[in-house]
Design a protein around this ligand. Structure first.
Ligand code: UT7
Length: 323
């Protein structure tokens, strides 16, 4: 059977770094509070003239290079973003034009912080059925553009960045030892919308809006929901948490990611953590963390990766990928 294999990974962070100290001059907060409650030390912020497609393109170029591919090879682009350049067209279409890819399939996936996990699964629907030969799956966000800079409960938590993977079909056995995306579980509970949302949109206010979050209530759902979807993804393919080589969680809060690891009995050394340096970059956080751990030599070809995320919707989910 065909599997969708990750053959290249790339990431991009805008150069401007905003420290906790700098934020403490804008809102009533402190480096101590932010570190202690979230693990965040800094975040990157896109320049005024950088659109989210620019971040996506930079990460995609690196992923293509790592895969030994060129823009001419790409026939599918899926961008997971909640901060698109424009209401339409899709940021994926803009990325296609900026990269110089040929006419092909390109669209965005909107599942907020769970966007990358959703996008990978959606792209697998094309690549894993032989309907795309070389796909770019990108998580890219300019979350700082959605901040209410008077709300200390949210504005200290988010950052900007992008991460991309190249996905290609590989012939495999249909076993849990296969290379590629081997299992997933996705969830959405729309009744929890009010816990995390943006208070604007084209068909309601006609504005972009600002991010609103009942942080401590989202926190309460996070560990339980994430753990359940991970267990479902493992169970589908007869694997256990002990089989996982690396845990690449969405980077919202270090207390959440360690809470999930503890609940599942996962060795802390297997947790890839970048929330300290990147903060919460929504759909970009998983590919950014993946890229970091490949670049520093921890993650290697053949490793079993467990990715998970939770975000607005509420959406959540998990993916198992053998690199
Ligand atoms: O990526 C999408 C998913 N999002 C998440 O997973 C985020 C989940 N939530 C969280 O990570 C945490 O709930 C937060 C980091 C947002 C907040 O941490 P918390 O421990 O849940 O704090 P809290 O909201 O219960 O607030 C505790 C106190 C409050 O003060 P009082 O009422 O006890 O006097 C807040 O006003 O901390 C105060 N506070 C702050 N203090 C200093 C809230 N934000 C700040 C701040 N600096 N930035």
């Amino acid at each position: 059977m065909l599997r969708s294999a990750i053959t290249g990974v790339g990431a991009y962070l805008p150069p401007d770094i905003v420290t906790n100290e700098a934020l403490s001059k804008i809102v009533d907060t402190s480096d101590d509070w932010i570190r202690e409650r979230t693990g965040i030390r800094q975040r990157h912020r896109a320049a005024d003239d950088q659109a989210v497609s620019d971040l996506a393109v930079e990460s995609a170029k690196k992923a293509l290079e790592a895969a030994g591919k060129t823009p001419a090879d790409i026939d599918l682009i899926v961008v997971a973003t909640t901060t698109g350049d424009l209401t339409f067209p899709a940021t994926a279409a803009i990325v296609q034009r900026k990269l110089g890819c040929p006419v092909g399939i390109a669209f965005d996936v909107q599942a907020v912080c769970s966007g990358f996990v959703y996008a990978l699964t959606v792209a697998d629907g094309f690549v894993g059925r032989g309907n795309a030969k070389c796909a770019l799956v990108i998580g890219a966000e300019t979350m700082t553009r959605l901040m209410d800079w008077t709300d200390r409960g949210t504005c200290v938590l988010f950052g900007d960045g992008a991460g991309a993977v190249v996905l290609e079909p590989v012939e495999e056995q249909g076993a849990n030892t296969d290379r590629g995306l081997i299992s997933w579980s996705l969830r959405c509970d729309g009744t929890k919308q009010d816990l995390l949302y943006v208070d604007g949109g084209p068909s309601t206010t006609g504005t972009v809006g600002k991010l609103r979050m009942a942080g401590n209530q989202v926190f309460k759902h996070a560990v339980i929901n994430i753990s359940e979807s991970i267990e479902a993804a493992l169970e589908k393919v007869d694997l256990t948490i002990a089989d996982v080589d690396w845990f690449i969680p969405h980077q919202a809060n270090e207390r959440i990611l360690h809470g999930v690891a503890k609940r599942l009995g996962l060795d802390e050394h297997k947790v890839i953590q970048t929330v300290g340096e990147h903060a919460n970059t929504s759909a970009a956080s998983i590919p950014l963390a993946l890229s970091t751990a490949i670049d520093d030599g921890r993650i290697k070809k053949g490793d079993l990766l467990l990715m998970e995320a939770m975000g607005g919707g509420l959406t959540w989910g998990a993916c198992l990928v053998r690199l």
